[in-house]
Design a protein around this ligand. Structure first.
Ligand code: ADP
Ligand code: ZN
Length: 717
C-alpha cells in the first residue's frame, strides 16, 4: 500500500503530497487523516496522510518510518475545510491544516506535547474487612469508583500503604485534563420581551447569516445563552467566537453560571491545556466551545450555531497565512451542518450591515439597554481650547468629573487611544526622529526598561544621549504613554487606587483576568488602559468613562479610520452606567466636529453608517468595492521594485474588470531589511482574480529573491 503524505514544510514549492510505501507492519494502523513520520531528503519530517492507494509510482519510494496517531486528526470535515481554505487564501495546504489544529497536533517535528496522567487508587478486594476507622473511611470512599491518590493520602498515607501492600488496593494511571474549571452554581434569568422577540426572529430567520445589532448593554449575551440552551436540548453544539482574551474570560464566567459542558481555547492557555480542551471537544464531552478566531475550527460533530460576538473586530481575520476570515469558515461549516451563523455587535462593520440592508443577511435589533436603562450622556471637549489653558493631557472638565465620581465612591475608566500612536524620541534641534535600523518605523519608548524598541522586529536599544544626526544634546520625548498618565493621575488623585492595563502590564499569563477581576471587585477606583479596556467588559460600578485622546485613530491613513474611531468610541462609551446608576462619558478631541465623533456622541449607528457609506461610495472602497492587496517583498531594493512593476503591469493587463493601483511603497516600506511594495486591486466582480493571482503565486513560488503576499479583503493596508 502507498500513502500520499503532506509534509510539514510550509515552503510554497513543496506544497504537494509525496508518495511513501506503507510497510506491512503498519498496514492495519494506517488511515487517512493521521500523522506519520517520513524520511524527506536527509531529514525526518512529520506529515498528514491525505490518501491511500495501491498504485506504485514510477520512482522508488521510501518507507513510512512511524505512525504517530491512533485516531484521525483530520476528520472528513476538516480535510475538506483545509482545501477550501487553500482555495480562498492561496496559502499552502499544510499551513491551512496547521491553522486548524492545536500545536500538539500540527504535524511539527520537535513539538512534544503529551497527555497528562495521574495516580488513582482502585479497590481490588471488596471482601476485605477494615482493621481501623481510617481504613474504613478509605474503603467507603472507594466503593463508588477510583479516587485520586492525593485524596486518599489526605485521609491516611500509612493506611493507604498498608492496604496497597495487602493488595486490597491498587494504583492505576488515569489521564487527567489540565486547566479544568470548577463548576459553578447555576443562575436563572427571565428574559425581557425584547430579548424574547429577537430570539424568535433569529430562530425563524431563513438566512444562513443573521446579525443581532444591539446597543451596548442591551442583553445580547443573554440572547446567545437562551439560543444555546435550546440548541443543547436539541443535541446540537455551539461555537462562540470572541475577539480577544479579555472577553473570553468574562463570557466564560457568565456561561459557567449557566452551563457545565464548556471548552475554552484561548491563546493564554498552555499548549498542554489547549491539547486537553481539544480532546474533550473531539470526544464529544462539551456542548459549547468558546475561543478566539481559531476556535471556529473546533471539531464538534453536530454544530447548530456559530456565534461571532463583536463581529466587527479585526481579530476575526488572520493577519498571516492562511489569511482567512472566521466568518467565511463559519459560513462554510454551517452550510455543511445545516446550522446558522449569528453575528452580534453594537457597531457592526459596514460590510455586514450593508448586507443586512440588502437582505442577504437577516437582521434583528435591540435598540434599548436592558430594563430601559439610559445610554450614557456623552460630552466632547475641544482640546484646542484646553491646550491654550495649558491642559495638554486632562481637560479641566474631565478632572472635575473624575473628582465627582470618585467622591460618591464610583469607578472611573480612562482610555488612552494608542492606535497609531506612541512615545518616540525626536531632536529639538534638527527634527531627526530615532528610527529602527532594520525597519522604516519610529522606535517606541518603553519607560519600564528605559529603552527604545521596534514594534515590528523587536530591535531594542538604550536611549542615546545626543542626537545621532546633529550631535546636540537635544533629544526630547514626544507622545504620551500610559505610564506617564498614570504618574500624572497619581499626583492629581493621591487617594485613588489606580490600575493600569496595557500590553506591558498584562503580558504575564493570568494577569489580564486577575486585573479585570480585581477592578470588578472595586479594589481599584480608576482603570487606565489602552484599547484592551474598551470592549465588552461589564463593570457595574463604572459611571464615568473618559477618552483622553479620541483623534489618534482618526489620523491613520487608512480608509477604515473613521469606522475604527466610531467603533472604539461607541464601545468604550458603552462601559459607562451599566449598573443601577446612569453613566457619563467625556471625550477629549482636537476634532470635535468630525462625524465619527459626533455620531458616537449621539449613539447614532445608523447616522454614522449612512454618512460613511457616502464616503466609501465616492472613493470606491468596501462595501462598494472588494479589495485585494499584493505585497511584493525582497531584500534588494532595485530588484524588488522591478518585480513590483512587473506584477503591476501583469495585473493591469489581465484584470480588465478591476482597478489596479500601484505599486507604491507599503505603509511600512521596510521591515527587517526587507523592502515592501504594494499593489491594490479594487473590483466589484472579477472572474479572473483567483486564477490570475494563482498564476502569479506559482510563478514566484520557486524564486527565492522575491516573495508575494496576497491578502483578500485586508483589514488594513
Ligand atoms: P451586551 O452583551 O448587549 O452588552 P449583556 O448581555 O452583557 O449586554 O447585558 C448587560 C447587563 O444586563 C448584564 O449585566 C446582564 O447580566 C444584564 N441582563 C441582560 N439580560 C437581562 C435580563 N433579561 N434580566 C436581567 N438582567 C439582564
Ligand atoms: Zn525594526
Amino acid at each position: 500500500m502507498y500513502a500520499e503524505v503532506l509534509v510539514e514544510l510550509t515552503n510554497k514549492n513543496v506544497d504537494k503530497t509525496f508518495t511513501y510505501h506503507v510497510p506491512d507492519s503498519y498496514q492495519s494502523k494506517i488511515q487517512k487523516g493521521i500523522r506519520v513520520e517520513v524520511p524527506f531528503q536527509k531529514r525526518t519530517l512529520e506529515g498528514f496522510v491525505l490518501n491511500l492507494h495501491k498504485n506504485p509510482p514510477e520512482y522508488d519510494t521510501k518507507d513510512i518510518l512511524r505512525i504517530i496517531d491512533e485516531e484521525v486528526i483530520l476528520t472528513e470535515e476538516l480535510f475538506d475545510l483545509g482545501k477550501y481554505l487553500k482555495k480562498m487564501t492561496l496559502a499552502s495546504l499544510i499551513s491551512c491544516y496547521q491553522a486548524m489544529l492545536p500545536k500538539a497536533l500540527k504535524a511539527k517535528k520537535g513539538v512534544e506535547i503529551h497527555k497528562k496522567y495521574e495516580s488513582y487508587i482502585k479497590l481490588e478486594d471488596k471482601n476485605y474487612i477494615p482493621t481501623n476507622e481510617k481504613q474504613q473511611e478509605i474503603l467507603d470512599l472507594l466503593k463508588k469508583g477510583i479516587v485520586p491518590k492525593k485524596r486518599i493520602q489526605e485521609i491516611s498515607d500509612s493506611s493507604m500503604k498498608t492496604l496497597l501492600k495487602k493488595n486490597v488496593l491498587s494504583i492505576v494511571m488515569e489521564e487527567v485534563y489540565r486547566g479544568m474549571r470548577n463548576q459553578q452554581e447555576k443562575k436563572e434569568v427571565s428574559l425581557t420581551i425584547e430579548q424574547k422577540r429577537v430570539i424568535e426572529e433569529i430562530e425563524k430567520s431563513p438566512s444562513l447569516v443573521h446579525l443581532l445589532h444591539g446597543v451596548t448593554g442591551s442583553g445580547k449575551t443573554e440572547v446567545y445563552i437562551a439560543l444555546i440552551e435550546k440548541m443543547i436540548k436539541n443535541h446540537q453544539q455551539v461555537i462562540v467566537l470572541v475577539p480577544e482574551i479579555s472577553l473570553t474570560e468574562q463570557i466564560t464566567s457568565r456561561f459557567l453560571e449557566r452551563f457545565d459542558r464548556i471548552a475554552v481555547l484561548h491563546s493564554r492557555l498552555s499548549d498542554g491545556e489547549k491539547y486537553d480542551e481539544y480532546r474533550r471537544i473531539k470526544k464529544g464531552e462539551v456542548d459549547i466551545v468558546i475561543g478566539p478566531r481559531s476556535a471556529v475550527f473546533a471539531p464538534l460533530k453536530n454544530i447548530g450555531m456559530i456565534i461571532l460576538d463583536e463581529e466587527q473586530s479585526t481579530s476575526f481575520k488572520q493577519d498571516h497565512a492562511p489569511r482567512y476570515k472566521a466568518i467565511d469558515v463559519a459560513i462554510w461549516r454551517m452550510q455543511r451542518h445545516h446550522g446558522k451563523v449569528l453575528l452580534g455587535s453594537a457597531t457592526p462593520s459596514l460590510e455586514v450591515y450593508a448586507r443586512c440592508l440588502k437582505k442577504v443577511y437577516g437582521l434583528s435589533t435591540l435598540s434599548k439597554r436592558v430594563n430601559q436603562k439610559a445610554l450614557p450622556q456623552v460630552l466632547t471637549v475641544d482640546m484646542n481650547q484646553e491646550i491654550k489653558h495649558g491642559n495638554s493631557i486632562f481637560s479641566s472638565i474631565l478632572l472635575e468629573k473624575i473628582t465627582q465620581h470618585l467622591e460618591i465612591n464610583n469607578q472611573v475608566l480612562l482610555l488612552l487611544n494608542r492606535r497609531g500612536y506612541s512615545s518616540f524620541l525626536s531632536c529639538k534641534n534638527c527634527g531627526h526622529v530615532i528610527k529602527c535600523p532594520n525597519c522604516d518605523i519610529t522606535l517606541t519608548y518603553h519607560k519600564s526598561s528605559n529603552t527604545l524598541r521596534c514594534h515590528y522586529c523587536g530591535y531594542g536599544t538604550n536611549l542615546p544621549k545626543v542626537c545621532p544626526e546633529c550631535r546636540e544634546e537635544s533629544l526630547q520625548m514626544f507622545g504620551t504613554g500610559t505610564e506617564k498618565i498614570e504618574e500624572k493621575l497619581a499626583s492629581l488623585f493621591p487617594n485613588a487606587k489606580i490600575l493600569r492595563m496595557d500590553l506591558d502590564t498584562t503580558s504575564k499569563k493570568g494577569m489580564h483576568e486577575k486585573m479585570i477581576r480585581s477592578f470588578k471587585n472595586h479594589e481599584y477606583d480608576i482603570l487606565l488602559g489602552t484599547q484592551i479596556v474598551a470592549k465588552g467588559l461589564d463593570f457595574p460600578l463604572v459611571t464615568l468613562v473618559g477618552v483622553i485622546n479620541a483623534d489618534t485613530s482618526l489620523n491613520i491613513p487608512d480608509f477604515r479610520s473613521s469606522e475604527d474611531t466610531f467603533q472604539l468610541l461607541s464601545q468604550v462609551a458603552g462601559r459607562s452606567g451599566r449598573g443601577s446608576q446612569s453613566g457619563e462619558v467625556v471625550i477629549q478631541t482636537f476634532n470635535p466636529d468630525h462625524y465619527a465623533i459626533l455620531y458616537a456622541k449621539n449613539h447614532d449607528y445608523l447616522g454614522f453608517f449612512k454618512q460613511e457609506m457616502i464616503f466609501r461610495k465616492k472613493l470606491g472602497y468596501p462595501p462598494y468595492y472588494y479589495l485585494t492587496t499584493v505585497l511584493i517583498k525582497g531584500q534588494d531594493f532595485k530588484e524588488t521594485q522591478k518585480a513590483a512593476y512587473q506584477v503591476g503591469n501583469f495585473l493591469k493587463e489581465k484584470l480588465t474588470s478591476s482597478i489596479v493601483l500601484g505599486p507604491v511603497n507599503a505603509a511600512v516600506s521596510k521591515i527587517q531589511n526587507t523592502y515592501r511594495f504594494q499593489i491594490l486591486i479594487k473590483y466589484k466582480k472579477e472572474d479572473l482574480l483567483y486564477k490570475t493571482l494563482l498564476y502569479l503565486e506559482n510563478h514566484y513560488k520557486g524564486q527565492s529573491k522575491i516573495q508575494l503576499d496576497i491578502d483578500f479583503n485586508p483589514n488594513h493596508f
